[in-house]
Design a protein around this ligand. Structure first.
Ligand code: KG4
Ligand code: ZN
Length: 355
């Protein structure tokens, strides 16, 4: 069985072809980073237009790379949300059109499910498993029980984790997207130089043992910068008054705090969540980290140590499959098609779509 998957929910136009033996026959990714860089973030209208301009070329390139024809494809899957609605519509419409022309099933894919199930494409991973989904738009802890059965047990109450990385990077005048920049700079920094708060944890908020909050952390970084600058925050003054070493120390301290927060929340889940208290029902041996932020080697290292101590195995997809890609969308297509979960051609795109 072969599925062609289309991903256009944010700033990557990506098309992949994947088979049910977990072979990625093609995974073409056309990044829009250069387009949005000068604005410091994704501009939705530009994103949708760019997807429209390139998507058919990316589809044809994927077929060429895989060396197969449209007729050999058994199903067409496309991200139908959550994401930038104009961008989602471009990829979704292509998927529906191809499905109509070639008379093959259409599979409407939830982008988050794509991230969540990537580890089943790259590893021999069985349900159930615990997953930390950290991307530009989300930060959630999930128990993946079976295909389509996902229990969300914790989430951010304000910013997503990728968003926090991007905002801190923006304050430091680092180019978009900020996550990889912070990680790079942090390598030269002292992670103990600045002590940043861990919202929800330091406040000992026992109603929210499994949730996240990053907004206060971002504000604390801004305050620290203001202390050094000596006046109200201003991007121009950052470059004048903040040395590269201080930027590195801030990046490292921020990243360390993020690591502490993630581990604290996961530890709480293992200690206090019903599912893990009941040893009979919890047959979970694997912890999956998924979504764009899972490309962060420092966090993977921290989570890997945590997992080892907790008798869990950490599974983190290869770098290229952490950030947005068509392979994860094609793979969920394979999983759905295998289970005959086909979607209607009038499936509506969704800017928001819970798992
Ligand atoms: O999953 P993704 O590609 O798109 C969404 O679904 O949102 O995630 C993008 C996010 C961005 O916020 C980006 O800064 C972050 O993932 N990211 C990273 C790293 N690589 C990407 N954050 C921290 N460290 C990284 N190495
Ligand atoms: Zn994503």
């Amino acid at each position: 069985m072969i599925v062609l998957g289309i991903e256009t929910s944010c700033d990557e136009s990506s098309v992949a072809i994947v088979d049910d033996n977990k072979n990625i026959l093609a995974n073409e990714i056309f990044s829009q980073i250069d387009l949005h860089k000068i604005y410091g973030g994704v501009v939705p209208e530009l994103s949708a237009r760019s997807h429209l301009e390139v998507i058919d070329k990316v589809i044809l390139q994927a077929l060429k790379t895989a060396n197969i024809s449209f007729e050999q494809i058994d199903g067409f899957s496309a991200t139908c949300g959550p994401g930038l609605i104009g961008s989602v519509i471009v990829g979704m419409t292509c998927g529906k059109a191809l499905s109509t022309i070639y008379q093959k099933p259409f599979l409407a894919i939830n982008h988050l499910e794509g991230h969540l199930l990537t580890a089943r494409l790259t590893n021999d991973l069985k349900f159930p498993y615990l997953a930390l989904l950290v991307s530009g738009g989300h930060c959630q802890i999930i128990i993946a029980k079976s295909l389509g059965n996902y229990q969300k047990i914790g989430e951010t109450i304000d910013d997503a984790l990728g968003e926090a990385f991007d905002k801190v990077a923006q304050m430091l005048n680092l180019p978009y997207p900020g996550g990889p920049q912070i990680e790079k700079l942090a390598k030269m920094g002292d992670e103990n130089k600045f002590k940043f708060p861990r919202p929800l944890i330091d406040a000992k908020n026992h109603d929210r043992l499994f949730d996240f909050s990053f907004s206060g952390l971002k504000t604390a970084v801004r305050r620290e910068l203001e202390k050094i600058i000596g006046e109200e925050f201003n991007n121009k003054l950052v470059d004048e008054k903040i040395s590269m070493q201080t930027k590195a120390d801030i990046s490292a301290s921020f990243q360390k705090t993020v690591g502490d927060i993630l581990i604290n929340r996961l530890q709480n889940v293992l200690n206090f969540h019903e599912y893990f208290k009941n040893k009979n029902t919890s047959s979970i041996n694997n912890l999956v980290i998924a979504g764009g932020v899972s490309a962060n080697k420092y966090l993977i290292e921290r989570l890997s140590n945590f997992a080892n101590k907790s008798d869990l195995q950490l599974i983190s997809p290869p770098l290229k499959l952490c950030t947005d890609n068509g392979a994860m969308i094609a793979w969920v297509g394979i999983e759905k098609l295998t289970n005959n979960l086909i979607d209607d051609l009038n499936f509506a795109p969704k800017a928001r779509w819970n798992l």
